[in-house]
Design a protein around this ligand. Structure first.
Ligand SMILES: O=C(CO)COP(=O)(O)O
Length: 134
């Protein structure tokens, strides 16, 4: 499965802790991340991550493009709901595309834990039988 990891600045520590705790599950999958998030997670874990641009420089849109190509299976995006982001339209667009393409999306750690445990139990296997467009 292809999993995207993204966190706004005030949530990056949370995502790093999450990635450490769930490294065993995450390492079985192909991981993608926005630039700084991916850097932080790779520094703290042994995970290999394909990094895109930083979010404000287009990273959310790059991950959105994968979703639009039906080429992303899960998005873990620890948003900061208390801080305005200069690229808020990109954030909204990414979340919208998850809904358009039925991609499981967690925007906080509580939901992310459930998604990864569900992934491990096979609850996301339906993604693999969907026709990929590329
Ligand atoms: O801004 C982001 C998501 O909207 C995250 O980008 P970085 O991982 O580069 O900080």
């Amino acid at each position: 499965m292809k999993i995207a990891l993204i966190a706004h600045d005030r949530k990056k520590d949370n995502l790093v802790q999450f990635a450490i705790a769930y490294q065993g599950i995450l390492m079985e999958h192909s991981l993608y991340a926005t630039g700084t998030t991916g850097q932080r997670v790779m520094e703290a874990t042994n995970l290999q991550i394909t990094r895109f641009c930083s979010g404000p420089l287009g990273g959310d849109q790059q991950i959105g493009a994968m979703i639009a190509n039906n080429d992303m299976d899960m998005v873990i995006f620890f948003r900061d709901p208390l801080t305005a982001q200069p690229h808020e339209p990109d954030v909204s667009a990414l979340i919208r595309l998850c809904d358009v393409y039925q991609v499981p999306l967690a925007t906080n750690m509580g939901t992310a834990e459930i998604l990864l445990k569900g992934l491990q139990e096979g609850f996301v296997d339906w993604r693999m039988i969907q026709e990929r467009r590329n």
